[in-house]
Each structure stands twice: as C-alpha cells, then as structure tokens.
Design a protein around this ligand. Structure first.
Ligand SMILES: NC(=O)c1ccc[n+]([C@@H]2O[C@H](COP(=O)([O-])OP(=O)(O)OC[C@H]3O[C@@H](n4cnc5c(N)ncnc54)[C@H](O)[C@@H]3O)[C@@H](O)[C@H]2O)c1
Length: 343
C-alpha cells in the first residue's frame, strides 16, 4: 500500500512515519512537508532506513501547492493522512492568515486532489480544541458542537467541516481523528513540555500562563500514532473519532511534575499574564474509538519522564531546530521575541 503523509517533518508526523514503517512492512510512504517553523529534516533522521529509502520518499513542498499535490496524488496512491498544519495557538493569535492558508486552504487542496484521482481513503488529524472549552466532568463526544476559542482551533474546525462536506458529496472516503494534547520527543521547543524542560535545565523562570489552572488531557504520541493508523484502516466512512488518554491535569500540576523529574526548585514557577482567550479545559469522550479496539497503553508518569530525559539528553536537537526554524510568513524570530528571553 502506498500512502501520502503530510506534515511529517514535525512532531507527530515524524513519529507516525517511524511507527508505520515499523508496524507494516508492506507500506510505502511519500512524505510531504514544507519545512515550516516546526518542521525539520532532522526529525526524520532516526527513522528506519533514513529519510530516503526504498519505503520512504521525502518531498519538500506545501499542501497548498496544487500542482505538486496533483503530481504526487496522480502517481496513484492508496490514501492520504494529513498532519500538515500550523499548530501553535500563540502564533495563531498574531498570524491567523497563515493558519487559514495552511490549515484550511491546504486541506481543501488535498481533498480536491483526492476526489479528482479517486484516492480510496483520506484521514485528517484534528484536535480536541475544536470543541472549545468544556467542563472536565462533561467530556465531549464526537457529536458535540464545534466552539473553537482561538484562531488555531477555528482553522482546524473549518478544515473538519470541509472534510464533512467532501464526504457528504460522496467524493472522498474521509475519516477524522481528534486527539488531545500530545507529548513525546521531537516537539517544537515553544510547546509547554519541551519549553519548560529547557528552561528548568538552564535555571530560568517558568512563565506559566494565568494561574496555571487550565486543564489538558495528555496523550503519549506513540499511542496517538496507533490510534491514527487504526482509524485509517478500520474507521467507518465519514466518521469522526476522539482519542484521549484520561491524563487530565492542570498546567501547574504538569509543571510541578517536570520540576520533580529534573529535581529542580518549584520557585522557578512564575505566573505571567494569561494568553488571550485561553480555553480553560479540553476533555473528550473517546468511547467510540475504544469500540474499534484502541486504548492508550503508555504509563503516563514513565512516558513523561522518558520524554523529559529525551530533551535533556538531546540539547543539540533543540539548538538545531530553533536555529534552523524559518516561518513561511516571514515571522522568523517568533520564538526569540516571545519565548527565549521571557521572564
Ligand atoms: N501536538 C498536539 O498536541 C496535537 C494534538 C492533536 C492534533 N494535532 C494535529 O496533529 C498535526 C501535527 O501536529 P504537530 O504537533 O506534529 O505539529 P508540528 O507543528 O510539530 O508539525 C507540523 C508540520 O506540518 C508542516 N507544515 C505546515 N504547513 C504545511 C504545509 N502547508 N504543507 C506541508 N507541510 C506543512 C510543518 O513544516 C511541520 O513539519 C496537526 O495537524 C495538529 O493540528 C496535534
């Protein structure tokens, strides 16, 4: 089976490439990534056979490039798994246009190519953030209304709606998976776990948004990759599946865990002005994917410790990915301006 995977030089995409090459020896993968601020070839270096092998071909380019997408899809492929997106909520606040272009127009482009060339299956990797803020004791199932609270989640919700429409036209056999906050190695260092880990290791303050009471459900990336593959192979046409982990905790509690793992001083925590429109809590009901046969396997505390140790033991990865990060919207330097010297 030959698949097009997009966004593979990023955090989850690179893990998914490694996972699929490992679990199914009949798979041949074409990777498409624009190498935007969070994408870097080094994320694919550790995969089986390297970035280029007889089972994996890397193409540098954008899902917004219709000609390129048509060329790849026109080769004849058996499916598309789309992870390409701009993903950082803080960047979305400053540059919503690039989120519309990459996360919505790019998806529409892929859908049209899938329809034109009769691609048998399309999977969109979406997020629990599309439901907006909810109460922890009232998790959303897949029928819950979409109430995105920021420009990132609005763009992801829009893409989900275009996919439902393409499904409704009968043009594309599409499925959507909505995951909760992922964690694991190779996540861009402006996201909470790698950012705070790096700051603890260098003895810098940990700027926690607001009072730190916002709740998230943390899903280990390897478990999410298994869920993506299960939904791609077994999900019912036109359906949406939530994937959560049951690891709900406040950002403050998560930060205390990072401090404990690295044996640091909690005095590093410093509450700062909250992110505008910060959603208080995300929580999903994932009973539907359980019926397909999926459950998260990772032990949270062990997986978190392994993740933190990975960032501690790979400082050259952090340096390289930040040094080489360039933004397609000329917003290069975002990390330096908003994060590096934050106190
Ligand atoms: N990280 C999470 O917690 C989480 C949770 C649920 C869902 N998701 C979704 O999973 C997907 C991957 O997230 P991630 O955390 O790995 O993000 P990431 O930011 O680490 O990686 C995104 C990748 O997409 C690439 N990209 C961006 N625009 C592109 C374009 N137009 N064409 C081709 N490539 C492009 C980037 O270069 C990067 O390599 C996203 O769609 C995201 O919305 C993420």
């Amino acid at each position: 089976m030959k698949l097009l995977l997009t966004g593979t030089a990023g955090f989850i995409g690179s893990s998914l490439v490694a996972h699929l090459l490992r679990v199914d020896s009949d798979l041949e993968l074409i990777s498409l990534d624009s190498l935007d601020y969070a994408g870097n070839r080094i994320n694919l270096d550790s995969i089986q056979g390297g970035i280029e092998s007889d089972r994996h071909r890397f193409v540098h380019g954008s899902i917004c490039d219709r000609e390129l997408v048509n060329e790849i899809v026109g080769e004849g492929i058996d499916g598309i798994i789309n992870l390409a997106a701009h993903t950082h909520v803080d960047r979305a606040y400053y540059r919503p246009e690039s989120f519309i272009r990459n996360n919505v127009e790019g998806v529409l482009n892929l859908l049209r190519a899938a329809a034109q060339y009769g691609v048998p299956r399309f999977l969109q990797v979406s997020t629990d953030e599309v439901y907006g803020a909810v109460k922890a004791d009232a998790p959303c199932d897949e029928m819950a209304p979409l109430r995105p609270g920021n420009y990132y989640s609005s763009s992801k919700a829009s893409a989900d709606l275009y996919i439902s429409a393409a499904s409704n036209y009968g043009e594309v056999d599409a499925v959507i998976i909505r995951g909760t906050n992922n964690f694991g190695p190779r996540q861009f260092p402006e996201k909470l776990i790698p950012f705070f880990t790096g700051r603890i290791l260098t003895g810098q303050n940990l700027p926690l948004y607001g009072d730190g009471k916002q709740m998230r459900d943390w899903l280990y990336v390897e478990d999410f990759c298994r869920a993506i593959w299960l939904v791609f192979t077994k999900g019912a046409r036109g359906e949406i599946y939530n994937a959560g982990a049951g690891n709900h905790m406040s950002n403050y509690d998560l930060t205390r865990r990072l401090i404990a793992i690295l044996d640091a001083d909690p005095v590093l925590i410093k509450c700062v002005a909250d992110r505008p429109g910060h959603d208080f809590c995300y929580a999903v009901d994932w009973g539907k994917i359980e019926k397909l046969g999926w459950r998260p396997k990772a032990d949270f505390e062990n997986a978190l410790a392994d993740t933190v140790c990975w960032y501690r033991d790979n400082p050259e990865w952090c340096e390289t990915i930040l040094k080489e990060s360039t933004d397609s919207d000329s917003d290069t330097g975002f990390f330096d301006r908003h994060y590096r010297d934050r106190n």
